[in-house]
Design a binder for this molecule. Structure first.
Ligand SMILES: NC(=O)c1ccc[n+]([C@@H]2O[C@H](COP(=O)([O-])OP(=O)(O)OC[C@H]3O[C@@H](n4cnc5c(N)ncnc54)[C@H](OP(=O)(O)O)[C@@H]3O)[C@@H](O)[C@H]2O)c1
Length: 220
């Protein structure tokens, strides 16, 4: 479901028709900017609509993508995802959340947002993971009929190694002919928390490849 296929989780257009006969919703719809208020409003509305229309359509449960470290976030997009999680978990349909690290694909978006031959990227730690790896894990959750035992931590998925966003961007920048300069996180929400590792995977996280470099080597 996406607006490109005629389904809008915010206005509800096409939602009931599409969900008829569906057993599980995998919610990866997302807001396109880091503005906390707008993102919160998006996730509030999408969670309500997916719950209401999903229940009416006979959907059994929802699986949703979230972000590692949401509990530590105080601002920005990640704080909006915390609200998203809370709303989904308040039901009525059963919900399983998967928290992911930043995607390999996100590095390209950061470069796209800047113009010219030089890009400034924060040297904040991350443990990048391939979007495909996250998608496969979401499908595994969606097709697992079990219910986690009480107290089980929310599952996390991250890539195999810690690096900084600037280091990954330098690898991509070299391919695009862009010079990437690592900068501190000034102006970025919760940069101090990120610097302290607040958005890195927990000990229980599943770590899965490819590494950023391996992934990059497969890109056209
Ligand atoms: N990107 C990351 O590094 C990262 C890291 C961890 C977790 N996550 C989570 O993973 C999920 C996906 O993130 P992403 O970065 O892959 O997002 P994305 O590239 O921005 O894709 C968002 C998708 O949502 C759809 N969408 C947007 N508005 C919609 C609407 N009103 N109704 C229906 N569909 C709508 C878009 O398609 P249309 O435009 O056609 O509607 C698009 O397919 C999100 O929950 C995000 O928080 C992302």
């Amino acid at each position: 479901m996406s607006r490109a296929t005629g389904v809008d989780v915010i206005t509800g257009e096409g939602l009931a028709e599409t969900l008829t006969g569906a057993e599980v919703i995998i919610d990866v719809a997302s807001w396109h900017s880091s503005d906390q208020e707008a993102a919160t409003e998006f996730f509030r509305t999408s969670a309500r609509n997916l719950m209401e229309v999903g229940q009416q359509a006979g959907v059994a449960r929802i699986v949703a993508a979230s972000i590692i470290g949401v509990d530590n976030a105080t601002a920005g997009f990640v704080a909006a995802k915390k609200v998203h999680e809370e709303l989904l978990l308040s039901g009525p349909l059963p919900v399983r959340i998967l928290r992911a690290a930043q995607f390999h694909e996100f590095v390209g978006q950061i470069l796209d947002w800047q113009q010219g031959d030089v890009a400034y990227v924060p040297a904040l730690p991350t443990q990048l993971v391939a979007c495909r790896t996250v998608a496969e894990e979401l499908v595994d959750l969606a097709t697992d009929p079990g219910t986690p035992a009480p107290g089980t931590p929310i599952p996390e998925i991250a890539g195999p190694r810690k690096e900084t966003m600037a280091e990954a961007a330098q690898l991509l920048g070299a391919r695009r002919g862009i010079k990437v300069v690592g900068v501190d996180g000034a102006g970025i929400p919760d940069a101090e928390i990120a610097l302290d590792g607040g958005f890195l995977p927990s000990p229980h996280a599943k770590l899965a490849g490819p590494t950023f470099q391996e992934w990059l080597d497969t890109q056209p």
